[in-house]
Structures are given as C-alpha cells and as structure tokens.
Design a protein around this ligand. Structure first.
Ligand code: HAM
Length: 419
C-alpha cells in the first residue's frame, strides 16, 4: 500500500476515467437543460471572505463545524466554499445584474464532514439560482428543471419532498413553538438533541435517534404556522407542480441544513440508493439573503444537486452508463513508427478520434493495444503496405474483417465507415 501521505486525503477521492468522462457528460446534460431555459453560467471563486458563508447561519453545522477556513498570507479570513448559493448571491450583490437574473453553476464544494458512503469532504454540485421574481411559478420552474434533468439521466426512483417554512416571522414563531414543545419534556430528549435545541430547535426534527422519535413525531407542524401569504404561495407552487405532472410528497418535517431558507423548501431523495445519505439534491427560497449581502431586497430561489450522489443513484438504477471508449481509430505501424506519427496526425486533423501504439512493438502487441483502446477500426501499416502505398483497415468489433485500401483514401473511408 502507498504511504498514507501519498493517498488522497480523507473524504476526497481521485476521479479516473471513465468516471471522469461520465461526470463531464452529466454536467453537459445539466448545462443543456438549464441554458435552454435561460440560465447563464456563473463561475464564482472557490473561496470567499468567511463572512459570506456566515449568512448560511451561525447555528448550522456547515458554519459551526464544517468550514475549511484559514488566514491567508495577507491576514484575510478566508473559507473554501461549502456551497455556492452564498457566492452567487454575493456576486449578484457585487455586479447588480438586471433581474430576473437566472444563473447556473457547477463545481466542487468543501465541508469538513464525517466521511461515509455518499458524504465527502470535497463534492461536486450542479445548481441554479434565480433572483428577482417572487412568483411561485419560479419555484415550480426550478423544481421542474431538476426533475427534467433526472429524467434525462434515466433516473426513475426519485421522490420530491416539499415543504414551506413560511416567511421569516412564521419561521420565528414556529421555532418558538418547537422550543416550547421540546422543552416541555427535556428529559425525554437525547443529550445531543438537548444541545441542538439550545442552538437550533428546527434541527431537532432531523434527529434519527430512537429516544427522540416520539417527541419528534408529536412536534407541531410548520404548515400550521404559515401566514396567509405564505400559505397562498405554497398552494400556488403545488398547483403549478400538479399542472406540470410532477409528483411530490408534502414533508412538514423537512428541515434543510442551511438557515437562509424561507417559504418553499424541497429535497430530492433517491429511493434506489441504500444509504443514510440519500438526498441527491435540495433547494428552496432565500428571499432575505441578497439584502443581507448588501444588495437591495431581492427574492431568490434555487437548488443544488450533488453530482457524486446522483451518479451513485444512477449506478443503483443501472442508468447513465460511463463511456467505454475515447477513440474510434487505432493506428498500428510495424514499419518503425513514422507512419503512425503521420497517420494519427492526419486523422486527428480530419476530426477523427485516433490513437496509436508506441515503442515499435510487435504486431501482436500493437493489436492487443488496439483492442484495449476500444476503437472500432484499426489502420494497419506493415512493410508490404508501405511499399505498395496501401493500408489495411480492420473491423475491431463486428465481423467485417479486413480490407486493403489506398493510403490516400483512408480518411474518406474512415469517415464513411464511422458515420
Ligand atoms: P445542500 O442540501 O447542503 O444544499 O446540498 C445540496 C446537495 O449536495 C445535497 O442534496 C447532496 O446531494 C449534495 N451534498 C451536500 N453535502 C454533501 C457531501 N458532504 N458529500 C456529498 N454530497 C453532498 C445546498 O448546498 C444549497 N446551496 C442548495 C440551494 C441552492 N438552495 C438554494 N439554492
């Protein structure tokens, strides 16, 4: 085994081919869908002034325990981003684009979490954020885009969990109601939940400890604490999802791990993915965040989908396979290598995906390399072909066998055969 120093740090992993190509393909599917819906890509920095992320909530685990933060050489307090909503809203506040501003993003995020299946310290997300409109149909639009994305990947066993946290006042009233409920029987709560209660009563609803189960089940429901406005907004989101034919489950206990949410919140759960970490995406409204970052009050809604977990869900459902090859043509040259040098160059210039063998190995060794490459066709040049100005073309997959063609017609023939 390699020295632990020369292994990827805990909670991280190298992504090798073909998984790397599969991730790129996944991002391409996402980009295609959201750009086609008017969202434009934003690439924020991977680190920000730590205060940007304090807006996620001082009582959240993400801020209290999981931030990768440090002082840089100029004495600035910097943090690697644990998510990208805060960065996008910071960018909105800095550049003040016209609204509606519909942005999408992809890339890595960093959280110092307990590493386990589906939970990493560096993980990729793709996501959208839409700032400006308060329209409940925008909530439905972002949900519908995530839904379409899962459909395009081929995922069938995804459940949409939907909740509303109400406006900021409703939320505060609900937190007090929860505090009252849990405080009435403190001794029945686990020690962990008593600590959580002191900092963030909402998170107690998230407890999976058996001793908390009864109190959590009897807790008041957020949906009973919605103002008329928030209730009407939530109704409109549901009506829009109904009319789009997107199924959902109302989940009054759904608590998101970040504090900026008001009104609509949602999560996508992969049913086929057998692990505690089965939330493959989540999002919601954060109408107060832009103002907290120095912009004029601007509502916002969005989501982020975990790329790593989404691909694990694809594995569990046997969909969205990794590619099996990168090249279509493999050049075998047993005359010393000059033919391989010029032929691969010509093929690549003509737009063909081509690779070759090295070190002037034997015909047998080069054919093995051609086989391993997964190429559909091999172009073979031996002494006889070189002398007669011909090349041999071998079908590596089907049973079309081998034909000899003129060297000058190789590109046209390959282009025709690979169509
Ligand atoms: P989040 O629920 O913290 O929300 O993360 C969204 C998704 O990222 C999760 O559902 C999960 O799939 C993935 N994820 C989160 N943490 C990890 C981890 N440690 N390892 C692997 N995957 C992980 C947000 O990040 C919000 N910014 C979403 C949002 C956008 N809300 C509004 N706009």
């Amino acid at each position: 085994m390699a020295d632990p120093i020369f292994r990827a740090p805990k909670g991280t992993h190298d992504i090798l081919w073909p998984e790397s190509a599969r991730r790129r393909a996944l991002t391409a599917v996402f980009a295609d869908i959201v750009e086609g819906a008017g969202y434009t890509e934003v690439v924020p920095p991977m680190f920000e002034h730590v205060e940007v992320f304090h807006r996620l909530g001082d009582a959240t685990d993400v801020v209290r325990k999981e931030m990768y933060d440090f002082l840089d050489k100029g004495g600035r307090h910097i943090a690697l981003r644990p998510e990208q909503t805060a960065s996008i809203v910071r960018a909105f506040s800095e550049h003040r684009p016209t609204v509606p501003w519909k942005a999408w993003y992809e890339g890595p995020n960093f959280r110092y979490e307990r590493a386990q299946k589906g939970r990493f310290r560096q993980f990729d997300q793709v996501g959208v954020e839409a700032l400006g409109p308060e329209d409940a149909h925008l909530d439905a639009e972002v949900i519908a885009l995530a839904w379409l994305f899962y459909e395009r990947l081929g995922l069938r066993r995804v459940t949409l969990m939907l909740n509303s946290l109400g406006g900021p006042l409703d939320r505060a009233r609900y937190v007090e109601a929860l505090r009252g409920h849990f405080s009435s029987d403190l001794d029945a709560l686990s020690a962990d939940s008593r600590t959580t209660l002191a900092v963030n009563p909402l998170r107690v609803l998230d407890s999976r400890r058996p001793e908390d189960a009864d109190l959590v089940a009897a807790a008041p429901s957020m949906l009973d604490h919605l103002s008329d406005d928030a209730a009407a907004h939530f109704e409109r989101v549901q009506a829009a999802l109904d009319s789009l034919g997107i199924p959902y489950m109302i989940a009054p206990r759904l608590v998101r791990g970040l504090d900026y949410y008001v009104r609509t919140t949602f999560e996508f759960v992969a049913e086929a993915f057998d692990a505690a970490q089965n939330a493959i995406g989540g999002g919601g409204r954060y109408d107060g965040l832009a103002e907290e970052m120095g912009a004029p009050a601007t509502p916002g809604v969005g989501f982020a989908l975990g790329v790593d977990r989404t691909l694990m869900a694809c594995d569990a459902e046997g969909v969205f396979d990794a590619p099996t090859t990168t090249v279509d043509v493999f050049v075998v040259d047993t005359t010393g290598g000059d033919q391989a040098l010029s032929l691969t160059d010509e093929l690549r210039r003509a737009g063909l995906r081509a690779d070759r063998a090295w070190d002037a190995r034997s015909m047998k060794a080069q054919m093995r390399a051609a086989d391993r490459s997964g190429a559909a066709l091999a172009v073979i040049v031996g002494e006889a072909e070189l002398e007669s100005g011909m090349v041999a073309l071998r079908d590596m997959r089907g049973d079309a066998g081998q034909e000899t063609i003129h060297r000058s017609s190789v590109i046209d023939t390959l282009l025709a055969r690979l169509q």
